[in-house]
Design a binder for this molecule. Structure first.
Ligand code: ADP
Length: 486
């Protein structure tokens, strides 16, 4: 894996980097959610507070005064004066109240009509909040009957005329951040004749939310830092463990390779010596002695096969499967195989059908590996088929490839075992306890065929039968003679 070296000399691979970025993104996401949630909660509390102020204020206003004030002509009326006094009293009683005003509905649902506000009767000096001697537009107060567009205030469209309500969002101007709340003013029969609105300065709310954000940010920083450290630590421990396991595995493969190599020589000599004895090269033996010697010969042959298999397995494991391409007369090659397999089929009372072309070419293949594979497939087909069953071998040469098909109507391979059947030492659950075997054969067969650039696969159904397929590219010259697979 590609390694990036970061400044302080720590090695970090791309996967670790991705994990760290993922962690950080999650941490930032959690903070954002917590922050927004806290902000929403605080905003709700604020809304409740200012809604309560607006509701109380609405109960203090006499609706008759509101109804009497209609236009600029009512500026000098006693009702307006009373309303303005009441609005100023409300303002004085509540800290941070910036504006208090009354508005009523008009025939146009998007336009309200101004009735009064606390500053309505203020002198010019009182209105000049900037203190620059001029009452600017934003400092001046509207007059009774002035229209007020409500398109930007959804709460005013209807809601505020039914029950006290507050704006969803804060509003910011050059002086402060505010939130507005409204409550209906009812007449004697309970109808809303107008609303009272209050704008409350909420700068302290912002200070509070910012203050809550800081601990959150610190928490996230700490979290990310802790996660980074933890991940790096875990990755380090994990890769050390993986390396250690790999090394152990390699040492085990080496050991198996050495042991099987060492065993191979004495077992082969033993085989020859026994053969010499049974052939009578060292004097005559009686029939009983010869029978015993033949038994020993069989055992030694099996032992030699097993050692050979272990050797092949360790070669495949170490990526050192030796391929030795040699000229091969396919006709003779299959005859030799049949000489071994025919007696096995007879012994097991299995019908063995061979569809082999009469003329086969001479090609270059690794004889030992190819023969071992085909013999293994045929032996398995016979071994896993009941007496009276049938095994068919089809051989075909096509487009420079050798195709072999070994089909039986035996016990089949259960679905759940099929994906592992080429694995080392793997035996299917339906034969594990009732048919002899060691699970090396197919593992080696796969290694043997694939190391010659061929393919091996199968189709099987439990209790119906199995078909193994081999496809081997043929060469008519030894171009890849003697090489190791890696
Ligand atoms: P084994 O020595 O067990 O036969 P192999 O590696 O040759 O080892 O085969 C692995 C497993 O594949 C077998 O144990 C068996 O479960 C399954 N198998 C192989 N060939 C056949 C077949 N023709 N019919 C049913 N099962 C088979």
């Amino acid at each position: 894996m590609k390694q990036n070296k970061i400044k302080f000399g720590l090695k970090i691979d791309l996967r670790t980097l991705a994990i760290l970025i993922g962690f950080s993104a999650v941490a930032v996401g959690i903070t954002y959610i917590l922050y927004t949630y806290t902000q929403t909660l605080l905003k709700q509390r604020l809304q409740e507070r200012i809604i309560a102020i607006a509701s109380t204020a609405a109960t203090q206003i006499d609706f008759k005064d509101v109804e009497r004030v209609r236009s600029v002509d009512d500026l000098a009326s006693s009702s307006l004066k009373k309303l303005v006094d009441q609005l100023n009293a409300i303002k004085a009683a509540n800290k941070n109240l910036r504006y208090v005003y009354i508005m009523r509905r008009t025939n146009d649902p998007l336009v309200l009509e101004f009735v009064a506000d606390a500053e309505m009767l203020a002198t010019e000096e009182e209105l000049d909040t900037n203190g620059n001697g001029i009452v600017e537009d934003e400092e001046s107060t509207p007059l009774p009957g002035d229209p007020f567009e409500i398109a930007d205030y959804p709460v005013l469209l209807n809601e505020a005329f039914y029950h006290p309500a507050a704006d969803r969002d804060l509003e910011k101007d050059q002086w402060s951040v505010q939130m507005s709340a409204y409550a209906p003013i009812h007449n004697a029969s309970g109808d809303a004749v107008a609303i009272i609105g209050i704008d409350v300065i909420v700068d302290d709310f912002l200070i509070l939310t910012r203050a809550t954000l800081l601990p959150f940010l610190l928490f996230v920083l700490f979290l990310v830092f802790a996660l980074v450290l933890l991940t790096l630590l875990l990755v380090r421990v994990w890769s050390e463990k993986v390396e250690a396991v790999k090394e152990l595995d390699r040492q085990k493969d080496e050991l198996i390779s050495i042991v099987s190599h060492q065993l191979n020589t004495p077992v082969t000599s033993l085989k020859w010596e026994l053969e010499m004895l049974t052939d009578g090269d060292m004097g005559k033996f009686n029939d009983e002695q010869i029978e015993t010697l033949k038994g020993m010969q069989n055992i030694t042959a099996n032992l030699a096969d097993l050692v050979g298999m272990i050797l092949d397995v360790s070669r495949i494991q170490l990526g050192k499967m030796k391929i030795s391409m040699q000229e091969l007369d396919l006709q003779k090659f299959f005859e030799e195989i049949l000489n071994v397999i025919d007696p096995k089929a007879q012994q097991q009372s299995v019908e063995f059908i061979k569809n082999i072309p009469h003329k086969l070419p001479t090609v270059f293949l690794d004889k030992r590996l190819t023969r071992m594979t085909i013999e293994n497939l045929l032996s398995n087909a016979i071994k896993y088929t009941k007496k009276g069953g049938k095994v068919v071998l089809d051989v075909r040469i096509d487009s420079g490839k050798l195709f072999c098909k070994v089909k039986d109507n035996g016990c089949g391979i259960p679905k759940k075992d099929q994906s592992q059947i080429f694995g080392k030492l793997y035996r299917a659950s339906n034969v594990r306890n009732n048919v002899d075997g060691n699970g090396f054969g197919l593992y080696i067969a796969k290694g043997a065929i694939e190391s010659q650039d061929g393919k091996i696969w199968f189709e099987s159904e439990e209790n119906v039968g199995t078909t193994f397929f081999i496809e081997l590219p043929l060469r008519n010259h030894p171009d890849t003679d003697d090489h190791d697979t890696h």
